[in-house]
Design a protein around this ligand. Structure first.
Ligand SMILES: [Zn+2]
Length: 394
């Protein structure tokens, strides 16, 4: 074996240990070995190195204090050994977040930025200015900065650091990483919101062993994230996985992306609201963004038994089911997780989702993967981009 191979394996083992500590810490050394499937000798060698660098801290477990047997030593990441800065871009708003080495968000702030009217240079200059101001408000963090992460809705080329298209911007092919990377002298990770959420779900202890799964985000749009062999799969061109813009019908309704018949054009909030407004009086709304309150109202009306609305949600469920069937046929995932603000109406869609899967998929493949609804929280995107940025800490 070449020396570089040994070094690469050691670096990969070290990264695995750090990730496992982030998910499970504080934890005993023997458990860490079991979870990472590394040998006791490897775990001891790497943890000794990490302790020397101040990356991990050790403490005795509470059981030891109660005098039951030998003291058990738990190890954990030292949260203060490094930090990352996350930026979440939405329409005319940027959320700034500081994450510690454990991935916890320790400070955040929301600022108004005219994301829809600035050109590429001005937007980059404004992001640098806001990031500077935010980190200066938290003394001691700039020195420990490992990397930055930017989360944005829409099509993203994660390799090139470019936002190909986003509802938050009026720009196409805008590079948002180079200016920040140069200014802060560290790597900048760019990801779309669905990939942030997929990675965040992957980090939950109950999913940390799941190597291959898909996450579908429904709500203001429809997004997808793939976890392949334990990591976010962004594809050769860095733009995977645009589940929402795969097609259901070639002559279907208009989608926000400009094409027709996309899955999103049946399921997204704007699609449901548009279709509802065609036959009933609904409050006027911002052209593409019905509010959460308006969507709640629509959902409540369907639950009360309005036949047209229940039909709309059933159709959305069936379309989602067809999309999931395609994913299952293509990827053979262990599970498919559905989340996002649109999960508010999942009870109205669920039966049709399963019908759609059964209609679309060869019987032998039905039931192999589980479909699971995951409760939605607005914070998942922010936590996900912090976690993605932390992959640069090695
Ligand atoms: Zn589309």
């Amino acid at each position: 074996m070449k020396k570089s191979d040994t070094e690469q394996i050691r670096a990969a083992n070290r990264a695995d240990l750090i990730t496992a500590l982030r998910v499970y810490g504080p934890i005993a050394r023997v458990e860490l070995g079991r979870l990472t499937q590394l040998s006791p000798a490897t775990v001891t060698a790497i943890t000794a190195e990490l302790a020397e660098e101040g990356v991990i801290l050790t403490r005795e477990s509470p059981e030891a204090r109660q005098g039951r047997g030998r003291p058990r030593v738990l190890i954990d990441l030292n949260p203060d050994r490094g930090c990352v800065l996350g930026l979440k871009l939405s329409i005319n708003e940027v959320r700034l977040m500081l994450g510690d080495l454990k991935g916890h968000i320790v400070a955040e702030s929301v600022v108004k930025v005219k994301t829809q009217s600035l050109d590429e240079n001005s937007l980059n200059a404004e992001l640098v200015r806001q990031a500077d101001q935010f980190i200066d408000a938290h003394p001691g963090y700039r020195e420990r900065l490992v990397s930055l992460g930017i989360a944005v809705q829409g099509f993203v080329d994660t390799h090139q650091g470019r936002v190909v298209w986003s509802p938050a911007l009026n720009l196409r092919q805008a590079n948002l990483t180079d200016a920040l990377a140069e200014h802060f002298g560290c790597p900048v990770e760019l990801a779309n919101d669905a990939n942030c959420i997929a990675y965040q779900i992957r980090r939950q202890p109950q999913h940390a062993d799941t190597q291959n799964f898909a996450v579908i985000m429904i709500g203001y749009g429809v997004g997808g994230g793939l976890i392949v062999n334990g990591d976010v799969y962004s594809g050769h061109f860095g733009a995977a996985a645009e589940f929402g813009h795969t097609k259901y019908s070639h002559e279907g309704p208009q989608c926000a992306c400009g094409k027709r018949g996309c899955i999103e054009a049946y399921i997204a909030d704007y699609a449901l609201y548009r279709d509802a407004s065609a036959v009933m009086e609904v409050a006027a709304t911002d052209r593409r963004h019905p509010s959460e309150k308006q969507m709640q109202k629509l959902t409540a009306k369907a639950r009360e038994g309005d036949a047209y609305l229940t039909g709309l949600f059933t159709q959305a469920g069936r379309v989602l089911g067809y999309g999931i069937a395609n994913l299952m046929a293509l990827m053979s995932p262990e599970r498919v997780v559905v989340t996002g603000p649109g999960i508010r109406a999942y009870d109205l869609m669920e039966a049709a989702v399963h019908e759609g899967i059964e209609e679309a998929l060869v019987p032998e493949l039905v039931g192999q993967a589980t479909v699971e609804a995951w409760p939605w929280s607005e914070d998942m995107t922010g936590q996900g981009i912090i976690a993605l940025a932390l992959r640069h800490f090695r």
